[in-house]
Design a protein around this ligand. Structure first.
Ligand code: 13P
Length: 287
């Protein structure tokens, strides 16, 4: 059932071609349209990411819109549910099926102790696979929190070990998001300090069985992102890259220009940033 899965196809091609797929957390229709327009303008594959917040906010409606935009684009675009931390959300999302909903889901059980994390990851991976949906998981725990992700801010980070990679690969997952010094949101005073030796040993341990995902990228310099891609990462998650310019534009122009004009300008501003990141990741003119 996974042989035609869009997320798998897009990331396998990226890993083989040594480029990264810009995977953008979207909160509204402007952002969703910005991803599709950027991808079509650059002839680049892409991924649209929603948080489970979207389910609580709009049931399946925002998801249906995102799936329609992603799946009718003239370049490959997959729809992915990011950081789904509750089994109920995952089952709801998986039951929509890949045509009306997600091509892949991040089964994020990293708030549980390891044995429970592995048990739930395995059970939910099977549930998703039976519905044609690919799965990402997070061994260890990536530090930091994000807008719309509840209860993650206070948890401490835990680096991924090579042993955990083997344990998680055995659950059947398709994509693995390691913690190797990367931080969601703000990196703080110590700045960006990624452990490339750890990333390389994770890649060696994975032995091509899963695609690698980089979380927490907005403050990461372009050359460091490119170095991650050289070390086998194929999915590059971004959030603040477009959330920040959107908020700045809202502060500057919200209520001062017609809403329709604001929405169009906001879409253009986000599209520009995404196109820039696609160039950094080397995914332009690949389709
Ligand atoms: P940033 O907020 O650093 O862009 O991280 C995005 C991310 O990892 C989403 O899962």
């Amino acid at each position: 059932m996974l042989s035609n899965n869009r997320s798998i196809k897009i990331l396998e091609a990226a890993e083989k071609g040594r480029y990264g797929i810009v995977s953008v957390v979207c909160y509204n229709i402007e952002a969703i349209l910005a991803v599709a327009r950027a991808a079509e303008a650059q002839r680049s594959p892409a991924m649209i990411l929603l948080f489970p917040w979207a389910i609580r906010y709009a049931s399946s409606h925002l998801i249906a819109f995102a799936a329609s935009v992603a799946h009718s684009a003239s370049v490959p675009i997959a729809l992915h549910l990011d950081h789904a931390a509750s089994p109920e959300d995952i089952r709801f999302a998986a039951d929509l099926g890949p045509e009306r909903g997600f091509d892949s889901i991040m089964v994020d059980m990293s708030h549980y102790e390891k044995a429970e994390n592995l048990r739930l990851t395995k059970e939910l991976t099977t549930y998703c696979h039976e519905r044609g949906i690919a799965v990402e998981a997070e061994p260890g725990r990536i530090e930091g929190g994000e807008d719309g992700l509840k209860g993650t801010e206070d948890l401490t980070g835990m680096m991924t070990t090579p042993e955990e990679v083997e344990e998680f690969v055995r659950t059947g997952i398709d994509f693995l998001a390691p913690a190797f010094g990367n931080v969601h949101g703000e990196y703080g005073p110590r700045g960006v300090q990624l452990e490339f030796d750890r990333l390389e040993s994770i890649r060696q341990e994975a032995r091509g069985r899963v695609r690698l995902v980089l979380h927490g990228t907005t403050a990461v310099p372009p050359e460091t992102i490119q170095r991650c891609i050289e070390h086998g990462v194929s999915k590059i998650n971004v959030n603040k890259l477009i959330a920040r310019p959107y908020a700045e534009l809202l502060r500057e122009k919200g209520g001062k220009i017609p809403t329709t004009k604001f929405m169009e300008e906001a879409t253009c501003v986000m599209q520009e940033r995404i196109e820039w990141q696609m160039q950094v990741c080397g995914s332009v003119a690949k389709v």
